[in-house]
Design a binder for this molecule. Structure first.
Ligand code: ZN
Length: 100
């Protein structure tokens, strides 16, 4: 559900507030068409989100945003990563199947 007239800006705004919360500092946040994924995180700190994410519910948006931002702290999907996800996005496992 679109929550603003400028969905890409809204996604970026939410990503910034999540970055503060997760204590990471992305160099660039961009929103663009992605064919196969909801988001990505580059080793250089560039967070990319799929523009289609704007049409998803906020809970799913938060899940994708937190997932990509946490990769700035933990590059893999190991135990630490999962523990951080659980701390910040309770119930995230239920959303996992939709992620990519
Ligand atoms: Zn990941």
């Amino acid at each position: 559900m679109r929550s603003s007239l400028y969905p890409a800006q809204e996604l970026k705004r939410r990503t910034l507030s999540w970055a503060v919360r997760l204590r990471v500092n992305p160099r660039l946040i961009r929103v663009q068409k992605m064919r196969r994924k909801w988001g990505s995180c580059s080793t250089k700190g560039i967070i990319t989100l799929a523009s289609d994410l704007a049409d998803e519910d906020r809970r799913f948006q938060d899940f994708v945003i937190a997932h990509e931002l946490l990769h700035m702290r933990v590059p893999n999907h190991g135990r630490l990563f999962k523990a951080l996800m659980t701390a910040h996005v309770p119930g995230w496992r239920q959303l996992e199947n939709r992620r990519d």
